[in-house]
Design a protein around this ligand. Sequence first.
Ligand SMILES: [Fe+2]
Ligand SMILES: [Fe+2]
Length: 164
Amino acid sequence: MNLNYDLEIEFNKIVADILKNEEFLKLRDEYHHGFTRIEHSINVAKVSFKWAKALKVKDYVDITRAALLHDFFTKEELHGKNQLIHPGIANRNSIKHFGINKRQSNMILSHMFPLCTTLPTNIGSWIITAADKYCATYECSKYKVPTTTVSVMVFLVNFLSIRL
Ligand SMILES: [Fe+2]
Ligand SMILES: [Fe+2]
């Protein structure tokens, strides 16, 4: 995901401390839609940042940081449990390492909407859940799978995972 020069500079300032954090950097060894989880997280953060700025949302800094942290978990922390519990782990890790606020917690906990028990309660949550789906589709399409097929697959996998 590309940003123009000025936006890229501003984006880097907003997330600099997170991208230097040792715990967060563990996401470089985790895989997600064929990319590393850190690459996916940066994609979601850049898209959320761009959309929040375009919509003139005041707390775009908090939104950008929450977007970067939305998948802040490792496979090890899942303990083999269903993937759908990962927003809770990402939220705990983000509180512990970056002291996120309640609005940011909602952004992380609801990013799997509608496949989660926490509903999005603020504009940042809606932006991040949409950006996450947009990026997942974009990342899967890198494998030359048609977007419609990817969308159906994402839906089926999510549907099956709540049934299991
Ligand atoms: Fe996620
Ligand atoms: Fe994600």
